[in-house]
Design a binder for this molecule. Structure first.
Ligand code: BES
Ligand code: MN
Ligand code: ZN
Length: 522
């Protein structure tokens, strides 16, 4: 869907067919609305005076029709804001989502959103509110229609939207703020697209090619390692996971050099890429299982189709790289995604196999469905060896246990460093993604020590599966490197619509990563 959103402080002499008027608690409207009402024979004030169940409450939407004295006819969308002082960025995006639905239902082509004089905002600035409403409208407009050859229902109304003008205070600031926010929205859209792609179209090779096509033109250096190169380097655990599939595994490394003039890092990091503060890059690591059948420990058939989303971590990393590059972030960031398809076959790895890893540690495989941690183990090792990052964040749809614990709302995050946790907590709040800290405890790490190899891929029983998975990963991360593991199994994919996201892929993680990188910018 292509429509354009612009910001302005006055109404240019252009035509529009739909007007959105915010109504605050107690049915109060602003200056624009009062003038508009006068020009349209009191259509808005008459409605508000007699409305029975529309009271300007948060998220309430009402459509009216209004005929102007000059003869024009508009659709008027009244959108309730509730208490203005309580409005947050999140509320504004949700409101934006609802406004999009209303614009769509109204058959709007050219719309004006009159935020001209919303007064009394306490939690965010007026220009931020305007930009978040715009972001909410965009996020809600996302559709994945490339495989539809026809309409599902011939009477389904077309979406006609072409232009939206947001009238607001501080239009110049709103435009600048929205620019950065829009870079993130583009990153979220890319991540959603990748996750929604079916696994017969998106497999390791085609995924790698897509990353190149998307990111190289933006100035991201993209390096693809094929299986031969992986073998040479020693990605043994990752290769074991991909062995059962005809689609060969691969690794993609993405480098964004946002401070090309920065000094080289000091001390042991000398010679590595560095930003102005002398720090090595932040590393983002993503699990990219393009389809997870479970392998020889095959999954039950009910729900298996959802396992095309098992590359949601990789999609978030790629989406974040896009956002970072689009807004030209002044930080150095290295992304790495481990891509493979987990299939059962006569050449697949087996439960009870003991495999090598890039770290040199041997791993006792106890269930081939615990494949993500094996791919991540090698990618984590590789990124530490080659980049000496100042911090590592990995994202993975790693465990069903995370879904059991936190459902689709919160992303459980394991962090080995309190300062990094503070940054991630802030990044989640700024990026409007809900994150909850989970325990990374020595006991879980110990539980993953094997009798007959160095580490084992499963914990003792069925309890605390998300924590033992994190405990496994901890064996592959240097204690001194700040590291966070975000298990996005529940948040990467939703099964019912939300105001700013139609069901299925959410693009979760892109916004938190983008806001995290913002904290490393010089
Ligand atoms: N990709 C799954 C985890 C998953 C489950 C993601 C549901 C999203 C929704 C992962 O590879 C997996 O199969 N994990 C196993 C681990 C177990 C064998 C220790 C699980 O959670 O059951
Ligand atoms: Mn699995
Ligand atoms: Zn998996």
């Amino acid at each position: 869907m292509t429509f354009k959103i612009t910001f302005g402080s006055s109404l240019p002499a252009q035509s529009f067919d739909t007007v959105m008027i915010p109504v605050t608690e107690g049915n109060k409207t602003g200056t624009f609305a009062r003038q508009y009402d006068k020009d349209h024979g009191g259509a808005v004030s008459a409605f508000l005076a007699q409305s029975r169940n529309f009271k300007g409450g948060k998220g309430q939407i009402r459509l009216l029709g209004a005929t102007s004295k000059k003869g024009g006819y508009d659709t008027v969308i009244l959108a309730g804001t509730g208490k203005v002082a309580a409005l947050t960025a999140d509320d504004c995006e949700t409101l934006g989502g609802k406004i999009f639905q209303a614009l769509k239902n109204a058959g709007a082509v050219q719309a004006v959103i009159a935020l001209d004089d919303i007064k009394g905002l306490k939690k965010i600035k007026a220009h931020e509110a305007a930009a978040h409403i715009a972001a909410g409208i965009k996020l809600a407009s996302y559709r994945f229609l490339k495989y539809r050859t026809k309409k599902a229902d011939k009477d389904e109304p077309d979406i006609l939207l072409k232009k939206i003008l947001i009238l607001c205070a501080g239009a110049t600031d709103a435009r600048a703020y929205h620019n950065d926010l829009d870079a993130t929205v583009q990153g979220v859209f890319l991540a959603r697209d990748l996750v929604n792609e079916p696994p017969n179209a998106l497999y390791p090779d085609s995924f790698a090619a897509l990353i190149k096509k998307e990111l190289a033109p933006l100035g991201v250096a993209v390096d693809v390692m094929d299986r031969a190169k992986m073998e040479k380097i020693g990605f043994h655990a990752h290769i074991a996971v991909g062995k059962g599939s005809e689609r060969q595994p691969c690794v993609v490394v993405m480098r964004w050099n946002g401070t090309p003039d920065g000094k080289a890092a000091k001390g042991k990091d000398k010679g590595k890429r560095a930003d102005k503060s002398g720090n090595a890059p932040v590393a983002l690591v993503g699990k990219g299982i393009t389809f997870d059948t479970g392998g020889i420990n095959i999954k039950p058939s009910a729900g298996m189709e959802e396992m095309k989303m098992d590359m949601g971590g990789a999609a978030a990393v790629v989406g974040a790289m896009k956002a970072i590059a689009l807004r030209k972030a002044k930080a150095n960031v290295t992304g790495i995604v481990g891509l493979a398809e987990n299939m059962p076959s006569h050449v697949a790895y087996r439960p009870s196999d003991i495999i090598d890893s890039l770290s040199g540690q041997t791993i006792e495989v106890l269930n081939t469905d615990a494949e993500g941690r094996l791919v991540l183990a090698d990618c984590l090792t590789y990124i530490q060896q080659t980049e000496k990052p100042c911090a590592i964040v990995d994202l993975a749809t790693l465990t069903g246990a995370m879904l059991v614990a936190l459902g689709h709302e919160y992303c459980g995050t394991f962090v080995n460093n309190d300062a990094l946790w503070k940054k991630i907590e802030k990044a989640g709040a700024d990026g409007l993604e809900k994150i909850w800290r989970m325990p990374l405890d020595e006991a879980y790490k110990k539980e993953m020590v094997s009798q007959i190899a160095d580490v084992r891929s499963l914990g003792n029983g069925r309890f605390a599966g998300a924590c033992t998975a994190a405990g496994f990963l901890a064996h592959f991360v240097d204690d001194k490197t700040p590291w966070a593991h975000m298990d996005i199994a529940g948040t990467a994919w939703i099964k019912s619509d939300r105001p700013t996201c139609p069901k299925y892929a959410t693009g979760f993680g892109v916004r938190t990563l983008d806001r995290l990188i913002a904290q490393y910018e010089s």
